[in-house]
Design a binder for this molecule. Structure first.
Ligand SMILES: [Zn+2]
Length: 249
């Protein structure tokens, strides 16, 4: 049985709802569908939450979305104690859009940070309130200067868009990968390159996550902290709002 799912979130980051049919129900309760707008945990971005609406109007809360054995498999995790779904059942999917949009803004902010700090990325985690990016760098840098450079990129309102390239094209241009330990999402035959600025003038980076379409949508962000994690590692923490707003809380 083929269980390849159409991952609609890869083509449209702003798709918050869609229809789908149940293609498999796993032993642990996980639900697989023929297509989905729910992003599955990957590349430091957490999976979507939300709910499925059944034909009778009842709702199944979804608490997580993750990949199965391969990236072709997407498993939706329902809250405990839900009425079982039926194979082939038609559903309307709804992601928790305010949460996802915050993650998209934060994820895009992480890309901007890698432009401002052009060092190899050794790790990243996108969060709703705070994100962190670890860089392989040994010198000290002023967080307010980084914030100012980030906000300059946000306010310039650069376009953010995806360009698909083949695995072979990526292999021929290894220089476009900034992540040191994070492997680009290869293996599906094609890789999404996230480009910022006209003709990628600001940045381009392989990434399978979801992003906003213009940098202005990121809104006010600031670097809350830069921590020293070992001799050659710096951990940057990005938060929403201005540093001044936060201090006033
Ligand atoms: Zn990304």
């Amino acid at each position: 049985m083929s269980r390849t799912v159409t991952a609609l979130f890869r083509e449209d980051f702003y798709l918050s709802t869609c229809e789908a049919s149940v293609t498999a129900i796993l032993e642990d309760g996980g639900i697989e569908l023929d297509q989905t707008c729910f992003y599955a945990t990957s590349g430091g971005q957490p999976g979507d939450t939300g709910f499925f609406e059944r034909e009778d109007g009842s709702r199944i809360p979804i608490v997580d979305t993750r990949h199965g054995a391969t990236k072709d498999v997407i498993v939706h995790v329902p809250a405990d104690g839900q009425a079982p779904l039926k194979f082939g059942e038609k559903l309307v999917l709804h992601i928790d859009w305010p949460r996802r949009y915050r993650l998209m803004r934060m994820h895009t902010a992480c890309h901007l940070l890698s432009v401002v700090c052009p060092y190899p990325v050794t790790g990243a985690a996108v969060g709703e309130e705070e994100s962190r990016v670890d860089f392989d760098m040994s010198h000290t840098i002023d967080k307010d200067e980084v914030t100012a450079a980030l906000m300059e990129l946000v306010e310039a309102n650069h376009p953010v868009y995806v360009q698909w390239i083949t695995d072979e094209e990526l292999a021929a241009n290894p220089g476009i990968v900034k992540s040191k330990n994070v492997r680009p999402p290869v293996g599906m035959g094609r890789v999404s390159l996230v480009c910022i600025g006209e003709d990628s003038s600001v940045d381009s980076q392989p990434c399978g996550g979801t992003h906003v379409s213009e940098t202005q949508e990121v809104g006010a962000i600031h670097i809350a902290k830069i921590e020293k994690k070992g001799k050659e590692n710096r951990r940057f923490r990005i938060r929403f709002g201005t540093a001044e707003d936060r201090a006033a809380l």
